[in-house]
Design a protein around this ligand. Sequence first.
Ligand code: DGJ
Length: 725
Amino acid sequence: MGIRFNEKNKTFKLDAGGASYVFRIFHTGYLAHLYFGAYIPDDNLVDFERRSVYASFSAQPDDIEPYTFSPDTCPMEIGCNGGADMRIASVQIRGKDGNAVTEPRYVSHKIYSGKPAIPGLPALYANTPEECETLEVTMLDPRTGAECMLVYTVFEKYPAITRSMIVKNTSDTPFEIERAMSFCMDMNGCDYDMITLYGRHMQERDFMRRPIGHGTQGIGSRRGSSSHAQNPFMALISKGGDEDHGEAYGFNLVYSANFKAEVEVDYNNTSRVIMGINYDDFGWTLSPGESFYTPEAVLVYSAEGLGGMSRAFHKLYNNNLVRGEWKHKRRPLLVNNWEGTGMDFTDEKLYAIAKWAKETGIEMFVMDDGWFGRRNDDTSSLGDWYVNEEKLKGGVGSLVARVKALGLKFGIWYEPEMISPDSDLFRAHPDWAIGVPGRKRSVGRQQYVLDMTRPDVRDYLFDIMGEVLARNDIDYLKWDFNRNISEAGSALLPPERQKEFYHRYILGVYELMDRITKAYPHLLVEGCSGGGGRFDPGILYFSPQIWCSDNTDALSRVDIQFGTSLCYPASAQGAHVSASPRASYETKRNVAMWGSFGYELDPEKISEDARAEIKAQIADYHRHYDLIHYGDLYRLVCPWDDPYNCAWMFTDEGKTQALVTYLIKFKKERRGLFLRLKGLDPAKYYRLEETGEVFSGALLMNAGISLFNMPNEDGYSKTFYFTQA
Ligand code: DGJ
């Protein structure tokens, strides 16, 4: 690992977990990107000096020798705007003269161990200063006085680099940031496919693969959240690459609001990748001396296809993103009442579920939506976070005490960012809801959104949530967010700053999350947004697990989990067994085990057999916990390759055990008679627990395990557990 600067050829070389990233200070201070890929030795870097081309029609600034170089044909670390670099820009500053030509050039750099935090924003962190090294390159756009500092951190163990940018106003007048992307990188060639995760409510993070071509292509969100529709993740994989082969580059933004990720293929077949805050309808006025911090992007390189990329993301996020007491502590196995009762419950009903949970071996009871205000359906009460005594006699405290007396942990649901038009809060503070003068507010799920840019709104939420969280022994908080943002405007922001709204909104959310998690450090927070509408690394920084989807039908949920696994670890995805009818309890368990496991049902509404089966499932889950949460995931048969069958497995670091799951979604086509495993040690021998048979790792990986005797039925699934013999 390390970052080195070669004074002679002005080259920066960043080495991280088997990958190298190289760029240099080029003519008159441009930063030229040279390489990102598998490790290369330092002594060849001189060859890179020749990597500059000139093409006719390429403009040249007048401080460059004619016909030698143009910023338009040079791979860049920062995409300039309005000058000779005519590709998509990564930074665009409008100066006081009304012009937005932005061309930052190198001024200085600094290398140090460790990793700085980003004020107000979630970011990866170093557990020890030795684990990471950081490079800050300061660039200056002399015309506007915009200083753009590019921040790079490399990680010792993972082929991963984080990048972000800090824009500082060094002039004596304000300017407008119109675009400040987290990174820009020009990749050589365009023989890549782009992989993104698209979806909708109940069908999040579906896999999309398409070739990239000339022009600009990409994804983004304008919904005020990272969204169900597109995840802030993009991968580029070399043509023909797959789960195990080819070069895969993964890009993930540590951000939970409007984002953009784009690739422009230019006439030299260079592929420019940019990612960051969505520049549509964005602007930020920066006063002299002030700094603007972009969110951080995570760049992962894998020479082993998508599988290697995913495993690097998983390890990195478990180690350097997830924080707090629950990072390493075993998360309690929970039951949530939402799918069982909806909002139709009393304290006795909830207590009955908790009692059953205790007898079954479940460790925590979570009370979902409907416990506050006059909330019996979704028409009212968001914002009125005081207990509905008609439903919970004796208040939250009494129920918490009774559940705790059973020996269970207690969890509670909030949707802090929302306000119902029919609520005491809205009647008292109509200006606290987001809105635009002269336009009616749209409702989403019959609710408005609170203006999280306002400190008074955040203080109200912190205090009123504290009434419950501080007074009761609560272990878990589900933080929901059930609509997208429309008519985005704040009553407090002046007209020229309304363009800052979306970013200020999420900064406000992060600030409140930070206060809550600091005030109640023992709380296990589970992020949620109508299932997985805000499933991103920004939320993961505050909540070690996120409810993956409201779709709990195992046969379609499994596709969502496959997509999610492209960059998020199993430990991050909340996954529950529900009473959904399409699959057996065994299959529902096998699918939900691929995550932070739980149940979501009313035991009175399921059969006695089902209840007995659930009891038996639980012990099994406990013994596989570490393997699933911290092991290596190998996707064996993916839904994007085979719509009928799928299979996945986990191994531990020492390759001493493996848990394999095979699922037939639709029996239409059998997937051969043998399933080849991955990630084992070919020289080791493994015992299949079920039969006691012993197989070599080589046999399991090359010939595979027999599926011959497996019933070919819709929804049938089976796990195979191997331990080293
Ligand atoms: C959406 C969530 O995804 C559900 O799990 C549940 O908490 C409901 N909201 C409650 O309104």
